[in-house]
Design a protein around this ligand. Structure first.
Ligand code: GLC
Ligand code: CA
Length: 575
C-alpha cells in the first residue's frame, strides 16, 4: 500500500495506515491458557490458541508483560527486560508465538514498562548499595524532611502511590527515600539521566530487531517529574499528579525516543496516559507532535467515580456525559491524531458489567458495546474475554482478591472499620481482578483454562459463558464480534469516515453518523433496558437504506423513526 494514499478520493482525508485499519486483541497471558497444568497461563498456551485468534479475525495482539519479574504487580515490575518470566516459558517459546502470529498475518505489540522497574532489577540493586553507586542516579533518591521517627524524617514530599499510601519508601542502607508512583517494589526510573534513556532505547531496539511490531507504552506520560519535586494538591484525587502527569520534559523524552528508536520503522505505538487531555494527547501524536500513533486516555473510564481520581468511590454513570467525552475525543483528534477505542482492559471491571447489563441483557448489551467499539473512529481494542461477554467476579471472600491495589484497598477499609461484605461489594464492582479471571474456554473444570488449579478463581458462570458454547451458537456474542470485525475490514467508512454525533442530549440513545465521500453509516445504540423511540433528525436526508448489522432481528424497519428494544444496536448504511 502506498503510504501517502488517503482513504477518500479527495486526497485530503486521513492517511491510510495499517494500524488504523487493524483490530487489536489485548491478550492477558497469565489468564489466557495454561499449557503445562501449573494453573498459570503461559506462552505455549498462547501458541496453542493462535488459531482461535485467527478465527476471530484480529490483526494485532497486544501482549501484557511476560518479562522476567518477581510479580508484585503482575509483571508490571520488570526484573530483566530481555528475558521471559519462567512461569510464562522461555525466549524460545516467545519466538514461537511471534512466528506463529506472523504466519497468520497477525502483528505483535509488546508492553513497554519504563516509568519504573522492579526493585529486583540489577540497576536498582546497584543503585541502592551506596550513595556513590554508578547506578545511584538511575532512580529518584531524596533525603527525608524534618526529624521524623528514627531519624528518617518524613517522606520528601506528599506524593501518593497510585495503589495507596506514600509514593516514597525509606531505604535503611543509605538512609534515603526512593520514589515509586506505584508499588514500593516498582521504583521510578530517573528519566532526567541520559544514561537511563539510552539503556531504554537500546532495549527497545533489541525487541524491534527481534521482529515485534510495536509497543503499548505503560504510563508513558508520567516519566518526567517536576523540578524540585514540590508537594501536590492533596485534593486532586492522586496527590502529586499535577507534578508528574505530562511533566516538564515528558514531550522532549517521548520525541527523543521516537527519533532514536521508532522513526523510519513501520511499527505501531500507543501510549497509556492517565490524566491526559485532548490537547495534551495532540502534542504526543503524529509527525508534527512527538511521533506516537495513539494514546489511551482515561476520561470515559473515570466517569463513574464518586470522587475525582478515586476508582474505589462508587458514583453514577451518565450516558449524556459519556457521549460528550467520547465525542470530544472523536473530534479532537482529527487531522494528525488518531484515537484508540477501548471500553475496558486488565485494569478495569468487565465492560458488560460496567456499561451494560450483566444479568438479563448480558448478550444484548455485550453486543451493543461491541457495536460501539467497532463503529467509532479510531483503532478498536478488544480485551480478552469480552468477545464472549465475560462478567465481573462475584467476590465472596477476601482470599479471592489477588491484585495489589485491591488488596491495599481491602486493608485500608478494614482499618477504617468497614464491614467485610461492604468491602467485597466495592471490590466486585471495581477490582482489576474482575478482568483477570481465567479465559472461559469451555464448561470443563476451571473453564478449560488449566488442568491444574488456576492462580485466580474462575468466574462461576463459566458453564454458561464460554468459548465452546459461543462458537457453537450462530447468534452468540462471539459471532457478532466476528461479523463486526469483518464489516470494519470491508468498509473504509468505518475506519476513516468522519464522526458526527446526533441527539447529544438524549439520555438513553447514543447515535452518530460516519461519513467518507459519498458513503454514510448511521449507528443507533440504546443503552437502556427501556424502549425509547429513535427519530433521525430531519436534516439527515437519504434515498435508500441497508441494515448492515443489528443485535436483534429487524424486518423492514426504516431508520427515520423506530422504537428500540432493550440494549438494541442497529447500524444502517444510508444511500
Ligand atoms: C499501567 C498498567 C497497570 C499497572 C501500572 C503500573 O496502568 O496498565 O496494570 O499496574 O501501569 O505499571
Ligand atoms: Ca503454565
Amino acid at each position: 500500500m502506498d503510504s501517502t494514499e488517503t482513504a477518500d478520493s479527495t486526497g485530503i482525508g486521513p492517511k491510510r495506515e495499517w494500524w488504523k485499519e487493524a483490530v487489536v486483541y489485548q491478550l492477558y497471558p497469565r489468564s489466557f491458557y495454561d499449557a503445562n497444568g501449573d494453573g498459570f497461563g503461559d506462552l505455549p498456551g498462547v501458541e496453542a490458541k493462535l488459531d482461535y485468534l485467527d478465527a476471530l479475525g484480529v490483526d494485532v495482539v497486544w501482549l501484557n508483560p511476560v518479562y522476567d519479574s518477581p510479580d508484585a504487580d503482575h509483571g508490571y515490575d520488570i526484573r530483566d527486560y530481555r528475558s521471559i518470566m519462567p512461569e510464562y516459558g522461555t525466549m524460545d517459546d516467545f519466538d514461537h508465538v511471534l512466528a506463529g502470529l506472523h504466519d497468520r498475518e497477525i502483528k505483535l505489540v509488546m508492553d513497554l514498562v519504563v516509568n519504573h522497574t522492579s526493585d529486583e532489577h540489577e540497576w536498582f540493586r546497584k543503585s541502592r548499595q551506596s550513595r556513590d553507586s554508578d547506578y545511584r542516579d538511575f532512580y529518584i533518591w531524596r533525603e527525608g524532611r524534618g526529624d521524623g521517627p528514627g531519624g528518617k524524617g518524613e517522606p520528601p514530599n506528599n506524593w501518593e502511590s497510585a495503589f495507596g499510601g506514600p509514593a516514597w519508601t525509606y531505604d535503611e542502607r543509605t538512609a534515603r527515600y526512593y520514589l515509586h508512583l506505584f508499588d514500593e517494589k516498582q521504583p521510578d526510573l530517573n528519566w532526567d539521566n541520559p544514561e537511563v534513556r539510552e539503556r531504554i532505547y537500546d532495549m527497545m531496539d533489541w525487541w524491534l530487531e527481534k521482529g515485534i511490531d510495536g509497543f503499548r507504552m505503560d504510563v508513558i506520560d508520567l516519566i518526567s517529574k517536576a523540578e524540585g519535586l514540590p508537594d501536590g494538591d492533596a485534593d486532586s484525587g492522586w496527590t502529586g499528579s499535577e507534578h508528574f502527569t505530562s511533566g516538564p520534559r515528558a514531550h522532549e523524552f517521548v520525541a527523543e525516543m521516537y527519533e532514536e528508536v521508532l522513526a523510519g520503522r513501520d511499527v505501531m505505538t500507543v501510549g497509556e496516559m492517565p490524566g491526559a487531555t485532548v490537547e495534551e494527547a495532540q502534542r504526543y501524536l503524529g509527525p508534527d507532535g512527538d511521533g506516537l500513533n495513539m494514546v489511551f486516555h482515561f476520561e470515559h473510564v473515570s466517569l463513574d467515580y464518586g470522587e475525582t481520581g478515586n476508582r474505589w468511590s462508587i458514583g453514577e454513570w451518565d450516558l449524556a456525559e459519556f457521549k460528550q467525552v467520547l465525542t470530544k475525543w472523536q473530534n479532537g483528534l482529527e487531522g494528525e491524531g488518531w484515537n484508540s477505542v477501548y471500553l475496558g482492559n486488565h485494569d478495569w471491571p468487565r465492560i458488560v458489567s460496567r456499561f451494560g447489563d450483566d444479568g438479563l441483557y448480558r448478550i444484548e448489551s455485550a453486543k451493543l458495546l461491541a457495536t460501539l467499539l467497532f463503529t467509532l473512529r479510531g483503532t478498536p481494542y478488544v480485551y480478552q474475554g469480552d468477545e464472549i461477554g465475560m462478567t465481573n467476579f462475584p467476590f465472596e471472600r477476601e482470599a479471592q482478591v489477588r491484585d495489589v491495589s485491591a488488596r491495599n484497598f481491602v486493608e485500608r477499609k478494614k482499618a477504617d472499620g468497614w464491614e467485610r461484605a461492604e468491602i467485597l461489594e466495592v471490590v466486585t464492582m471495581r477490582s482489576r481482578d474482575n478482568a483477570r479471571t481465567p479465559m472461559q474456554w469451555s464448561d470443563d473444570e476451571y473453564a478449560g483454562f488449566t488442568d491444574g488449579e488456576s492462580w485466580i478463581p474462575v468466574n462461576p458462570n463459566y458453564e454458561a459463558v464460554n468459548v465452546a458454547d459461543a462458537r457453537h451458537k450462530d447468534d452468540s456474542i462471539w459471532h457478532y464480534y466476528r461479523e463486526l470485525i469483518d464489516l470494519r475490514h470491508a468498509r473504509d467508512v468505518l475506519v476513516y469516515g468522519s464522526y458526527d454525533l446526533l441527539l447529544p442530549d438524549d439520555p438513553d440513545v447514543y447515535a452518530f453518523l460516519r461519513t467518507l465521500g459519498d458513503e454514510r453509516v448511521l449507528v443507533v445504540l440504546n443503552f437502556r433496558d427501556g424502549t425509547p423511540t429513535f427519530s433521525l433528525p430531519a436534516e439527515v436526508a437519504f434515498d435508500g437504506t441497508e441494515l448492515l448489522v443489528s443485535n436483534y432481528p429487524v424486518d423492514g424497519a426504516k431508520p427515520r423513526s423506530f422504537e428500540l428494544r432493550p440494549y438494541e444496536a442497529r447500524v444502517y448504511e444510508l444511500e
